[in-house]
Design a protein around this ligand. Structure first.
Ligand SMILES: Cc1cc2nc3c(=O)[nH]c(=O)nc-3n(C[C@H](O)[C@H](O)[C@H](O)COP(=O)(O)O)c2cc1C
Length: 203
């Protein structure tokens, strides 16, 4: 039974494009594989805490130096990593906020990128410890970044793709609903294009 882990970070709970594109992918995937289990990780309703002193202690000191707060931080990070390991397909939905990903998604990344757990440092740079998973990234943005003069400002889907590569996942597709703030027509077109591509790759 395949497991999809859907990780959503748009604070727009009513009309989010990244959530809609993610849903199009998941619905189509499940329609052709009805025994799929979908696990929802909503980073807006349950935000991961920002990395603080207890995380540093938890991640970088021996267990005997941990206090209750660092043990709690470690438990949360371990749980996120276990959830990630259990999934066959990851669907990461993010709005573009100031050219980057949602801050909740960044906090989740800060919790799952752990040396010795999800990647190792080597002489040749970081080597990922995960494999065999597919990942789909759904980005919603007001402007257009897949082409044109703003391409270099895309630190959202491209960043997530690079992060996934660090932990060993290279079967990654970026889906874009873009141009959403340009005009009502452009928004409709941008969302429809993202959803159509999501359905096309999900079968
Ligand atoms: C705080 C904030 C920052 C934003 N920054 C950008 C940006 O840098 N570039 C852009 O194209 N759109 C930007 N937008 C517009 C969002 O990307 C757009 O509303 C998109 O629909 C968000 O995805 P969602 O619908 O899944 O929430 C921003 C919106 C907000 C609320």
């Amino acid at each position: 039974m395949p497991t999809i882990l859907s990780i959503q970070s748009s604070p727009n709970m009513i009309s989010s494009a990244s959530r809609a594109v993610s849903k199009s992918y998941i619905d189509k995937y499940v329609a052709s594989r009805p025994n799929t289990e979908v696990v929802d990780l909503d980073l807006v309703s349950s935000p991961p805490s920002h990395i603080g002193p207890h995380h540093l202690q938890a991640f970088f000191s021996p267990p005997e130096e941990h206090g209750p707060e660092s043990e709690a931080a470690l438990a949360v990070s371990d749980a996120y990593i276990a959830q990630l390991m259990d999934a066959d397909v990851l669907v990461l939905g993010t709005p573009m906020h100031n050219f980057g990903i949602a801050s909740t998604m960044k906090s989740w990344i800060d919790n799952i990128l752990r040396a010795g757990k999800t990647f190792n440092y080597t002489e040749n740079g970081p080597v990922g410890l995960l494999s065999g998973k597919k990942a789909v990234i759904a980005v919603g943005s007001g402007g257009i970044y897949s082409e044109g003069f703003m391409q270099g400002f895309e630190h959202c889907g491209n960043y997530l793709r690079d992060i996934l590569a660090i932990i060993g996942l290279t079967d990654v597709t970026i889906l874009r609903a873009e141009g959403l703030a340009m005009s009502p027509e452009a928004a409709e077109e941008g969302l429809a294009a993202g959803q159509a591509e999501a359905e096309r790759i999900a079968v």
